[in-house]
Design a protein around this ligand. Structure first.
Ligand code: FES
Ligand code: FES
Length: 150
């Protein structure tokens, strides 16, 4: 089955198997920033944006992106690099496996909330699990980044 969508600003048509999930379609098409970890909608590592909303691509059928915009970290590379500096400053850059999904979630947060409170930030990123950092360093990095981008 053919599915056509806009990936990081460019039109793409892919051939997918019935029941194929977006994480596999993207990775099969060399979009390797999208991570596959739990593969059961529990960790957020596979997060991407579809029409500006965060979705878990391990449980999102590829056929659902027909005609939509899909954004991965490859489409926000400069922003992700900048965010990464804030993570490094707080010692929150460890194995990095959670970073791409988190960067996309923060991108969505910036679009949706202009002056997020601490609670808003925590609620927004709650589905992006990290096994390394203990979250506090990540939270401070995100907060500093958002403050600098105001
Ligand atoms: S790999 Fe999709 S939520 Fe964990
Ligand atoms: S830095 Fe390792 S999972 Fe988050």
């Amino acid at each position: 089955m053919k599915v056509s969508f806009i990936l990081n600003g460019k039109p793409l048509t892919v051939d997918v198997a019935p029941g194929e999930y977006l994480v596999d379609t993207l990775r099969n098409n060399h979009v390797l920033s999208v991570k596959k970890a739990c593969n059961e909608s529990s960790c957020g590592a596979c997060s991407v944006l579809v029409d500006d909303k965060v979705i878990l691509s391990c449980s999102y059928l590829t056929q659902r992106v027909e005609g939509k915009k899909v954004l991965t970290v490859e489409g926000i590379q400069k922003e992700a690099d900048e965010l990464s500096d804030y993570f490094s400053d707080q010692g929150a850059d460890q194995c990095g496996f959670c970073n791409t999904g988190l960067a996309l979630t923060i991108h969505a947060l910036r679009k949706e909330l202009k002056n997020p409170t601490d609670e808003d930030i925590k609620n927004f990123v709650v589905a992006n699990l990290c096994r390394c950092t203990g979250y506090q360093a990540q939270f401070l990095a995100i907060k500093n980044y958002l403050e600098a981008k105001k």
